[in-house]
Design a protein around this ligand. Sequence first.
Ligand code: FAD
Length: 571
Amino acid sequence: MSPYSAPLDDISFALRHIAGLGELAELPAWRNAGLDHTEEILAEAGRLASEVVAPINRSGDQAGSVLDGDGSVVTPEGFRQAYQQYATGGWAAISADPEHGGASFPLVVDVAVQEMFTAANLSFSLCPMLSQSAISTISAHGSPEQKHRWLPSLIRGAWTGTMLLTEPQAGSDVGALTSRAEPQADGSYRLWGQKIFITWGEHDMADNIVHCVLARTPHAPPGTRGISLFIVPKHLVEGDGSLGRRNAIRCIGLERKIGIHASPTCVMELDGAVGELVGEECEGMRQMFTMMNKARLLVGLEGLALAERSYQQAAAFAAERRQGRRADTEPGAQSPIILHPDVRRMLLEMRARIEAMRGLILLNAAAADRAAKHLDPVVRQRAQQRSDLLIPVSKAWCTDMGVEMASLGIQIHGGMGYVEETGAAQHWRDSRIAPIYEGTNGIQAIDLVSRKLPLHNGAPLAMLLQEMTGLDSTLDQAAEAVAEAARWLRDHPGDDALAGATPFLQMLGLTVGGWIMARAWLIADRSQAAGADRPEFWKNKRTSSRFYLDQILPAAPALLPAVTSGAAALG
Ligand SMILES: Cc1cc2nc3c(=O)[nH]c(=O)nc-3n(C[C@H](O)[C@H](O)[C@H](O)COP(=O)(O)OP(=O)(O)OC[C@H]3O[C@@H](n4cnc5c(N)ncnc54)[C@H](O)[C@@H]3O)c2cc1C
């Protein structure tokens, strides 16, 4: 596996020119996130990611996490030490509330930092990513005492967090879960049930694990309306904050999986475990929604991160591997495959799609930031609508693309991509989970078409398309096709619209990517013409953005028949 090198210039470009970090950093809440300071932070995170976290990606895949007879999980060599460095470096929750020890950076900076850890080692990054979900949930819905008890250690990274939703009969259909919680005389609850597929549900990297568990209380109504949220720690915590006895929640099995071998995917058994109710009974689903947006964005980020890692791996291989002879290569020698136009095409396609994905993810995060802290309520409201609209696109379009790009990375390797030796195969295996968890991509498409499009009479999409107009003729055609598709979906609710949901999401993803790349092209073109510093950077940016607009974006309008064929076409 080739080393990972943090793509700092590309991340900075997207933060500055696509996400508008400069403008965000002028808001009183984020004076700490000026461009120069952010770049220093990114460089520091990039060093840890490439020098400490990336080198244990391959060995982690080979060794995997292992369940011991006593129910403890042993992580691969080097993971504990790397996690200690990650936690002491303060990376666990840089956008968390300063009142509980967070650094209070905007989400967009947090996401830019997490891209590097995720690309370096997806399995590793999932542990702090799940902690972030627990932190978001407790921050938004916990009582002052709960925040005081759980947040500081989670934010410091001394403890990690998990989300326990899934049960054998309750996957996409969370409302079917049956784990039960019974109130006790002292105000606490006892929980019983079995949860499956729990990421980092048990491990040896931190002293305690804070599980966020969904369960039903007695007499709760059926379906999602009857679900409550509980905090169930691995070790109970005493009044003075010290760790008490082991709680009755255990890992009873680890899944064997296609990829992310180092990330333990646990079957968890609750056998009368002590838990604390968060908020009121039956508010669990509503509470989940607040953390879901961020979690979906961070999973979308996994697609981008693995595509970047695969690209770096493939580009390094293509520069080394020699096959065939081009006219400009000396007689008797073979040429590096990177000189062959078809290989250059594959590499450029990877780069162009990665840049579009990075723009989308950071744009989406910046919209969430504006929605949270902008001073103008109208800006806040519009930003919230844009963020909500883009979340399913960021999650599903980027994770589908992550798998495709990791596959293209294998293709560039030829046969050496199909064998495990080079490491290209691991990126593909690891990438395959992201379209499945945190709401499958099919569920994201349904969310986009059934919930997000109709909101505010379709205004968020109309405003987005309006902003795109006039930048590029191919983009105009794509935007018109999206508008037509959206009208058709609105006029054909029910199964017809559901049948076209996934092609519509792909169409919108390609088009938003086109908007980002049209903006990138204009900036690169201007910078190159003005003789800006780093001419090679601007030349490459011009090439990749033009390639996207001319060779990738035309696929968007071509999806119109797939969106508008209706349910009858499915037989
Ligand atoms: C490695 C791994 C880690 C995970 N980590 C966690 C975790 O930490 N915590 C946790 O709680 N869960 C976790 N999960 C569970 C994950 O979120 C679920 O697997 C996912 O939500 C899908 O549920 P399911 O597997 O039951 O598939 P199903 O819901 O059975 O879906 C099967 C197929 O049917 C489609 N489908 C289902 N319902 C509909 C519908 N109404 N309309 C259209 N299509 C539909 C789906 O899109 C999918 O293609 C993890 C899973 C894995 C594999």
